[in-house]
Structure formats: structure tokens, C-alpha cells
Design a protein around this ligand. Structure first.
Ligand SMILES: C[S@@+](CC[C@H](N)C(=O)[O-])C[C@H]1O[C@@H](n2cnc3c(N)ncnc32)[C@H](O)[C@@H]1O
Length: 505
């Protein structure tokens, strides 16, 4: 879609027209973060204990009717019956998907040179044209740049996200093609011809392309806020404020009139021309920051990662376990401070690994229960007790099992092997010493930082798991179970076949 960008100098006129007020601040180009909000004069905010009863003057005030969230999209659909038809055909899947559909329509309206018989124009149609053309989130990196993420937790995450976006865009295209007015607005050129190259995945098409959909998703994720009253929302102009974790000078909130206001923090003093910043979150994992915002703040990025976990390929219960678990199977790894001297430890957690490592002979059973209305439910039993509602709690459920140490050893081994596989992949996918001409410097530097953070985390987690594995291998029940040595005098010897083989791979 040809987006005709508007110069940022035109933003004050748009703001005036739409009742957005700027007080002593303006939007301007920053040195290295795209647009930002800067002061137009020296600003001083009193300390909290000296504040006036009416509080601080807002630097920016945005009326509630410009707040773009799922509810606003549904309100818009009430005014525009054609959009309502489109939303009913495609939407109602998530707040993000509904807002993206609205933005797609608004951007199509903004890019049309002539009158269109559908689509009620909204201030967002113009506002979108102030937004940056490039967002540095990895879903918009080129192929060479994405190679820099091989071996990081973002590699599978980006692949999964692109597949999901492809499916989403395919659905929007299919459903809107079936509705004549939307077929005309979205998929025909201004001259009424069906646009060439409008197929899914086409780039630089005159009609929405898959790249446009990825870009809308990137704009949404990098600019949406969590508002106390309105929830997940995009707010024009407030979304021009950059992040600082060390010294954010401002914060936003909703006032009694439901306007979104930007306020200086108590005790802040900013000279004229200084950038006003907020915090996007103090403890976001580095991968999440890069995924959603396209940069990593080294000061605030927390050392955490999430990896997908696959069930054993030869487990006959694998499918049932996945269905009963009901969410994506993952491993979480995090570095946590353990004292005030900066000492830390690495912890891991994987609810699915516990379910993955128990089997029928341990006491796991799946049953299909027929309801009186004819529907069938998958139920999970553990040692004869219905635990269908506790499939994410097998760490607790195995505690009282006679073979607890053996089950724990299986879990530790599974998690260890998955982390080792990840580290091996990271090491085997080396990154060049400097960015290639086809790789942007920002993408290169962000991926180097992510690799360093995740590589260190994986190494430390693997060390912790190896220590636990070695200690479990000394456990008398494990020794007896594996039959590695003469059966030790064990609580289990009477209950279990001491020389039974087990697969710890
Ligand atoms: C909510 S927007 C802020 C306005 C944005 N700079 C623009 O040009 O429209 C968030 C985006 O700003 C950029 N950004 C914000 N804070 C940053 C920071 N501390 N370092 C680098 N980029 C930052 C990132 O590109 C991020 O995706």
C-alpha cells in the first residue's frame, strides 16, 4: 500500500483539529530513536511533598475518543455498517486483531486518491501517516538480519509469529474479498482494476500486502500502552514518547474526564530541548523488548528467556498430553538476585516437562468421559485421582510419588538437553565480526547483545541442571531404580524392579 507519509511538522495542525493539547513540549526527530517528545522550555516539577493540590500540569492531553482499543473499534463499527459487516466476518478474535483490521481500513482510506463509497474516515487515517515507515522489530528484519537471531529464543518466536500473521492476513483477504464493497476498497486499484501483485506475500503492491500487515502489527505492538481504565490501547501522540529505564522523566495516566495525560514525575527538572521519556517496563526480558519494540535497553533488560519444548516423538501419549496441558509447552529460565551484594542464581521452570516425563507405569491415565449431552471430555488421572484441572501442576503432584527422585531426574534431564541443544545451536550459528552490508547496524548490535545475554543464561542454567542431575544420580532410590550399582538399601527396593531400564534422553 503506498503510504503517503506526512511531515512531523504537520502534527501540531492535526493535534489542534483533534483537540490534542501540547503544553511546553513538541514532537521532534531525536538523534537515534526516531521521533520523540522534547521540551520547548525549561520545566521543573516540584517534589511529591511540595505538589499543589491539583497536581502537575499535563504536558500532553489526548481526548478519550482518540484512544484506540477494542471497545473503540466496536463503537466505530456501530457507526459504519460496512465495517461492522467486515468485523463480523473477520474480527472478534483478539483486541489486537480488531485494532489491526481497523488500522488496515484506515490506511487504505488514507492511501486512496479518490472518494470511496465505503469506510467512514477517522482521525487515525491521517495520524497513521505520521508514523515511522520502519519499525526495527525482527518480524520486519530482512532475511540476512534474521540470520543473526539463529540460536536465540527469538528464532522460533519470529517464525511462529510470521506464520500466525500470514494466516491472519490470509483470512482478512479471503473474507474481505467476499464482501463487494471491501473487495473494491482493499483489493482493486483506484481505476477499478484488480491490483496486480495483490496476492499474499506480495511486496510494494498498490493494495495491502503481507508486509503492510506485518508493519501494522509491528506498529501496534511497539506503540500500545496498558491504560488503567481503557486497557490495552494505542494513544496518538503519547505513542511518540521514547523509553528510559534509568531516569524516565514522565508517566501517563487517565484523568477524571477519561483523557490520557502525560505528567512530569515529581522532582524532575528538564532544560529546554531535553527529551521527555517514560518507562516501557522495568524488568522486561531482552528478547521481549527486541520482539515488541525493536531495541534492548541494557540497563533494564532482565535476564530471562522462554523456549518451546517438544514432547518425546516416540511418546504414544504425546498428543493427549498436549491437549490436556492446553497451552504452549515451554521452558522458562531466569536469573534472580539472591542477596543485596548482587549475587544471583539461575532458576528454570517448565510445567510441561513434568507432564511430559510421567507415563502410564508411573500412574498417569487418560480417559474419555462421555457427558449426558453427548459431548466427550478428555480427563487426566494421576494415581487414580482426577487431575484434569491440574495438568500444569505435576511438579507438585509427583512430590508424593515413591519414585519422586527418578521422575525429577527425568525432568532435569529433559530440560538440560533442551537447553544444551539451544546453546549448541547458538554456538554453531556464528555471527560475523561486523554487520554485512545487508544488515542494519541496529539489528546487528541488538542481536549481539541478545546472544550474549541468552548465551550466559543458558550456560549458567546448564551448570545448575548438571549439578542437580549429579546429585540425583547419587540418590539411593535412583541408584536402585537404575541398577547402576548393587541395589542400595532403599525404600523402593521392595516396590520396584531395581534393574529396570529407563530412557533419559
Ligand atoms: C512508542 S514508539 C516511540 C516513538 C518512536 N521513536 C517514533 O519514532 O515514532 C516506540 C519505538 O521508539 C523507539 N524507541 C523508544 N525508546 C527507545 C530507546 N530507549 N532506545 C531505542 N529506541 C527506542 C523504538 O523504535 C520503539 O519501537
Amino acid at each position: 500500500m503506498p503510504w503517503q507519509s506526512l511531515p512531523i511538522d504537520d502534527l501540531p495542525a492535526w493535534a489542534l483539529l483533534n483537540n490534542v493539547s501540547f503544553t511546553n513540549v513538541k514532537v521532534a526527530q531525536t538523534e537515534d530513536k526516531g521521533y520523540g517528545v522534547v521540551t520547548t522550555r525549561h520545566l521543573v516539577q516540584a517534589n511529591a511533598d511540595e505538589a499543589t493540590p491539583d497536581g502537575a500540569t499535563a504536558l500532553l492531553t489526548v481526548p478519550h475518543d482518540l484512544v484506540l482499543n477494542q471497545q473503540a473499534v466496536h463503537e466505530y463499527a456501530k457507526e459504519d455498517k460496512n465495517f461492522r459487516q467486515l468485523l463480523e466476518a473477520v474480527g472478534h478474535r483478539s483486541a489486537r486483531a480488531d485494532v489491526l483490521l481497523f488500522l488496515l481500513v484506515q490506511s487504505a482510506l488514507a492511501s486512496r486518491s479518490s472518494y470511496t463509497p465505503v469506510g467512514v474516515s477517522n482521525p487515525w487515517a491521517q495520524y497513521l501517516r505520521f508514523l515511522p515507515e520502519t519499525v526495527l522489530v525482527p518480524t520486519l528484519w530482512n532475511e540476512d538480519e534474521r540470520l543473526l537471531l539463529r540460536g536465540t529464543s527469538l528464532e522460533p518466536a519470529i517464525d511462529a509469529k510470521l506464520s500466525a500473521l500470514d494466516a491472519e492476513f490470509g483470512l482478512v483477504r479471503e473474507k474481505s474479498c467476499d464482501l463487494p464493497c471491501w473487495n473494491e476498497l482493499l483489493w482493486q486499484q483506484d481505476d477499478g482494476q484488480l491490483a496486480e501483485g495483490a496476492e499474499i506475500g506480495a511486496f510494494s503492491s498498490p493494495t495491502p500486502s503481507f508486509t503492510d500487515w506485518i508493519r501494522l502489527d509491528a506498529l501496534y505492538r511497539s506503540r500500545c500502552l496498558e491504560l488503567p481504565g481503557s486497557g490495552e490501547a494505542m494513544v496518538p501522540c503519547i505513542d511518540m514518547i521514547n523509553h528510559s529505564s534509568v531516569s524516565p522523566s514522565a508517566y501517563y495516566e487517565e484523568n477524571a474526564q477519561d483523557e490520557v495525560v502525560l505528567l512530569l514525575r515529581p522532582g524532575v527538572s528538564l532544560p529546554a530541548g531535553a527529551e521527555v521519556t517514560i518507562s516501557y517496563g522495568d524488568v522486561k526480558p531482552a528478547a521481549e523488548m527486541l520482539f515488541n519494540y525493536g531495541f534492548i535497553d541494557p540497563q533494564s533488560a532482565s535476564e530471562r528467556l522462554v523456549l518451546p519444548l517438544r514432547p518425546f516423538s516416540d511418546d504414544p501419549l504425546a498428543k493427549a498430553k498436549l491437549v490436556a496441558f492446553g497451552r504452549a509447552p515451554t521452558i522458562h529460565v531466569a536469573r534472580e538476585l539472591i542477596d543485596n551484594d548482587g549475587n544471583s542464581t539461575v532458576r528454570w521452570d517448565s510445567a510441561f516437562a513434568y507432564l511430559m516425563c510421567v507415563n502410564e507405569e508411573d500412574g498417569l491415565e487418560f480417559r474419555i468421559l462421555q457427558q449426558t449431552d453427548g459431548t466427550q471430555n478428555l480427563c487426566v488421572f494421576w494415581q487414580g485421582i482426577d487431575v484434569t484441572d491440574r495438568t500444569t501442576d505435576f511438579q507438585t503432584l509427583i512430590q508424593t510419588h515413591a519414585l519422586h527422585a527418578v521422575l525429577r531426574l527425568r525432568v532435569v534431564t529433559v530440560v538440560h538437553d533442551r537447553l544444551q541443544e539451544q546453546l549448541d545451536r547458538m554456538r554453531s550459528c556464528a555471527v560475523p565480526d561486523a554487520p554485512l552490508p545487508s544488515q542494519r547496524k541496529e539489528c546487528y548490535e541488538a542481536s549481539i547483545l541478545l546472544r550474549r545475554i541468552e548465551g550466559r543464561l543458558l550456560e549458567d542454567a546448564i551448570k545448575t541442571l548438571e549439578e542437580e542431575r549429579n546429585s540425583l544420580l547419587q540418590d539411593k532410590n535412583v541408584v536402585a531404580y537404575l541398577g547402576l550399582t548393587e541395589p542400595a538399601k532403599s525404600d523402593l527396593v521392595d516396590q520396584e524392579a531395581a534393574n529396570e531400564e529407563d530412557d533419559f534422553s
